[in-house]
Ligand binder design. Structure first.
Ligand code: PLP
Length: 488
């Protein structure tokens, strides 16, 4: 790589705190690696050169290099300097894209879902199946302090009903937070809910009637699938690219048939795909033209590995057709059940549904989250959470590459915390699951994420687990079990 390519640098203001400065420098190098400008084996410009280019201290550059080393992106060779390591360039291919399946033939995944949920409470298991962040990565002590503070300060100690639209402090803070993605929401645009699933539920019952059809991604989080079905709605599973999500052409084909779309636009579960901004704009344009609401599940958007948060479709919504849903379940506290929806032009109808179903959300946990956001703790916590998750992703990627069969295909999420693997077609992950359970390992078999008979050789792995020897050995063991099944 030519040094001049690398020198496309930014001059940093002298007063920028060193903590931020080193992260910025690390990010620039990381982007050079991600884009392929710096490739595996390339020598990274020396510490002194980076110091001169960016006009910062040697210590700042050293810290930036340490940061990159901790993510396994670069490695030092004695007396020679730093080199790009293998992390980004996995040999393994991407999982395949499903075909558009408009048939009514279904193979419901309830059997598998119950089976997996039955093992979730086993404490001695290595659980790659759960869709939650390990508690070691959550700021539990700080949240506890918040609970005590809020309990003391809250009128009636949080025992009273609230207006159906939800806690005003929480709504204000979510509106403020929307500036991270160029959203111009205000507190009046937001309705609080009991987690994202509840936000999706209100959105669905607001814009559909039983018998209508909803377009979703495929594979899709089984909670969405099951909820839509439970409302007597039909589902069209759209082909979903593991990196770029649903294709505009496929969406166009189904527009005449559907009443609403429900997409996880940023780092979806289980593929990790993130719809590029241009496609998001086009999706919003098309749906606005056809007056079709988009229920947008954006609960992973804040967990990005790149330099900035991807915008949701809501950022491009001028007609109010996007119902933007989120929660703190994946970042702070799934048990608090704090979520929200910005329902656009459907707000009044949605609030009526909330009033009918729950009257009011519990004030206590909404206040705790509002307080946490208000004092900059959310932002601070997310910075370290993203770093830990990204480091975990690289550990998983490397271990899978080294210990799983060579024809394993793996997703490349740029955020979130799940991996989607496609294994040799001879592997049935529902059968493999039973074997894995005997070895105290849990994962989510692929067929849980569809209403059709597909993804039988796929699995979802949660990498938001505390990376230690036990986890590493369980992952290696899973690779060995797959290889053993292939020999049978
Ligand atoms: C895509 C998606 N939506 C919604 C949920 C549920 O979120 P919540 O706990 O906020 O209801 C999950 C949980 O795994 C999810 O992955």
């Amino acid at each position: 790589m030519k040094i001049s390519t690398f020198i496309g640098h930014i001059q940093f203001p002298h007063k920028m705190p060193r903590e931020i400065l080193y992260l910025k420098i690390a990010k620039i190098i990381e982007e050079q690696i991600a884009s392929g400008t710096l490739q595996t084996g390339d020598k990274v410009p020396s510490i002194r050169m980076v110091q001169k280019i960016h006009n910062v201290s040697i210590n700042t550059v050293k810290q930036a290099f340490l940061e990159l080393e901790s993510k396994s992106l670069i490695a030092s060779k004695p007396k020679s300097g730093y080199y790009v390591s293998q992390a980004f360039n996995t040999k393994l291919g991407l999982p395949s894209i499903n075909k558009l399946n408009l048939s009514d033939k279904e193979k419901t995944p309830e059997d598998l879902i119950s089976k997996v949920f039955n093992t979730l409470t086993n404490k001695d298991f290595t659980q790659f199946s759960l869709g939650v962040v390990d508690k070691s990565m959550l700021p539990i002590a700080k949240l506890n302090k918040g609970v005590i503070k809020v309990l003391r300060n809250l009128e009636d100690s949080g025992t009273a009903y609230e207006p159906a639209q939800g806690n005003i402090n929480l709504r204000k803070n979510i509106a403020k937070w929307s500036f991270t993605w160029d959203g111009h929401l205000n507190e009046d645009d937001i309705v609080t809910t009991s987690g994202t699933l509840n936000a999706l539920f209100y959105s669905l019952i607001t814009v559909t009637n039983p018998g209508d059809t909803v377009a979703i991604e495929s594979p899709v989080y089984f909670g969405i699938l099951q909820m839509i079905k439970s409302l007597g709605l039909h589902i069209i599973e759209l082909p979903t690219h593991p990196v770029t999500g649903v294709a505009i052409e496929d969406l166009k084909k189904v527009l005449p048939k559907i009443k609403a779309c429900c997409f996880v636009t940023n780092f979806n579960n289980p593929l990790g795909s993130c719809i590029p901004e241009e496609n998001k704009k086009e999706i919003v344009r098309l749906l606005t033209l056809h007056n079709i609401p988009l229920i947008e599940d954006d609960l992973y958007g804040d967990i990005f590995f790149g330099t900035s948060r991807p915008k949701p479709c809501k950022a491009f919504d001028e007609a109010g057709i996007v119902m933007w849903c989120g929660s703190v379940s994946k970042t702070l506290a799934p048990g608090y059940r704090v979520g929200w929806v910005a329902p656009g032009k459907f707000k009044d109808k949605l609030i009526r549904h909330k009033l009918l179903h729950t009257m009011s959300s519990p004030p206590l946990f909404q206040e705790v989250i509002a307080d946490f956001m208000e004092h900059g703790r959310y932002d601070h916590h997310l910075r370290s959470l993203r770093n830990t998750l990204y480091a975990n992703y690289l550990h998983f990627q490397r271990t899978i590459e080294n210990y799983f069969p060579e024809n394993t295909k793996i997703s490349k999420p740029q955020g979130g915390f799940v991996l989607w693997l496609e294994l040799d077609p001879r592997i049935d992950t529902a059968i493999l699951y039973d074997t894995a359970v005997q070895h105290k390992i849990g994962f989510a078999p692929g067929r849980m994420f569809t209403q059709h008979n597909q993804y039988n050789n796929c699995m979802r792995l949660n990498f938001a687990v505390k990376w230690d020897e036990k986890v590493e050995n369980s992952l290696k063991r899973l690779g060995t079990l797959i290889k053993q099944q292939l020999k049978k």
